[in-house]
Ligand binder design. Structure first.
Ligand SMILES: [Zn+2]
Length: 420
């Protein structure tokens, strides 16, 4: 199928026509192309998420590769990197190939598996990183996300190992000895509520250590879900020295604060926890400055019984794929170049995903997101495509609807609805 997007604004520029033919962007559409009136719509390179939990294999009651892929496409994504904390853990070539194959079968986004750093995420022994890199899944990002690779010797060896194939270690920065029993951000609110705190320094200490290790080894480090102003300062200094470090921030850490814990609604429980207004401001500035490279969703679907319970028993994590772009739009406004870079171009570069994060010029793969920035919508958890319902944005009125998403020229979303 060929398409002609009539009157579309590419990254906010003056309206033009954009044709999609045989999977690539073209100067000219054939006569039988399906015409889409794109007046008032903005075209972006298809969004890329470097941090998604798809839960399959093992927790298909919370999400599957297919339902998560559909949520991603509806959120404007054309590629997602799926985290390794499945059951079994994605720590072998067999499991990463299984996830990769399920993603191709669903055919809604490119699912790029992330491999575990250590066997079983146990933090004791390196997983077979080379075998996962050489597999059909072509793994380049490795992460024990959910857990920190706390052992500095193991972290050093992992960084050394992935250097051979330009891989990257994505660290969930949390010094576990400093967060034992933690329920929320350590600060005024946790003191008032009498909940055990997760101190900012538990994140900052690991990032500081890891940028030194990455610098020493000359390898690539990626820092997952940066959440504190202090972490931003550590990253700013490391980048100024030329350390090969990249970092992500989640939409929820760009918007929400620890005050929300006061209602004890576990939908606001997440790891790292929601921080203070001061942290939120520092993270926003860091994304604008480029100290933080990308917005990543940390989409973390959970089954009802794991979320609708007492705060202390609830699993940490929030849905993110279907609301990420609207949240970023609501925080930063229509800064399309910033959005394209932080949500598509930079994440594709970090993940090594060729064909994604392009510039929408003729001849490039037609991975495209079409957004209506003027449309507002109210988030209704029951209407989300994710199998889970744990969105912290329920009832919020957000700007920006995804009208269409194209994966290599095939529409995965049209008129705001999933095609399959
Ligand atoms: Zn994490």
């Amino acid at each position: 199928m060929a398409y002609l997007l009539k009157g579309v604004s590419i990254l906010g520029a003056a309206p033009t026509d954009l044709a999609i033919v045989d999977g690539v962007i073209s100067d000219k559409a054939p006569d039988d192309a399906q015409v889409i009136d794109a007046t008032g719509l903005v075209a972006l390179p298809g969004l890329v998420d470097v941090h998604t939990h798809l839960r399959e294999p093992g927790r298909e009651d919370a999400e599957t590769v297919e339902t998560g892929s559909r949520a991603a496409a509806l959120g404007g994504y054309t590629a997602v990197c799926s985290m390794a904390n499945t059951s079994p853990v994605a720590d072998t070539a067999g499991v990463v190939e299984q996830v990769w194959r399920l993603g191709r079968e669903a055919g809604l986004v490119d699912v790029q598996p992330i491999g575990a750093v250590t066997i079983g995420l146990a933090g004791k022994q390196l997983a077979e990183l080379g075998a996962m890199a050489d597999s059909a899944a072509n793994v380049r990002i490795f992460s024990d996300d959910g857990f920190c690779v706390a052992d500095p010797r193991l972290m050093r060896r992992a960084l050394e190992y992935v250097k051979a194939f330009d891989g990257v270690i994505a660290q969930h920065a949390e010094e576990p000895r400093l967060t034992e029993g933690a329920q929320m951000h350590e600060g005024e609110v946790s003191t008032r509520l009498g909940l055990t705190g997760w101190p900012a320094v538990a994140e900052e200490a690991i990032i500081a250590r890891d940028v030194l290790l990455a610098e020493h080894v000359g390898s690539r480090l990626h820092v997952c879900h940066v959440s504190t102003a202090g972490s931003v300062e550590v990253l700013r200094q490391a980048k100024a020295r030329g350390v090969r470090v990249t970092a992500e921030v989640t939409p929820h850490h760009l918007l929400l604060t620890d005050e929300l814990a006061a209602g004890y609604d576990p939908v606001f429980k997440v790891n790292p926890p929601l921080r203070t207004r001061n942290d939120v401001e520092a993270l926003r500035q860091a994304l604008l400055d480029g100290v933080i490279d990308v917005v990543a969703t940390d989409h973390a679907p959970h089954a009802v019984q794991d979320k609708e319970c007492e705060w202390s028993y609830a699993r940490p994590g929030m849905l993110g794929l279907e609301t990420a772009l609207p949240i970023v739009l609501s925080v930063f406004g229509e800064k399309w170049d910033l959005i394209a870079d932080r949500m598509s171009i930079a994440p594709a570069r970090i993940a090594g995903l060729t064909g994604h994060g392009g510039d929408l010029s003729a001849g490039t793969p037609a991975n495209i997101t079409l957004v209506d920035p003027s449309a507002r919508w109210v988030v209704d958890p029951a209407e989300l495509a994710s199998r889970s319902r744990n969105t912290p944005y329920a009832g919020m009125n957000l700007p920006g609807r995804i009208v269409a998403t194209f994966l290599r020229g095939e529409a995965t979303v049209l008129d705001g609805k999933a095609v399959k």
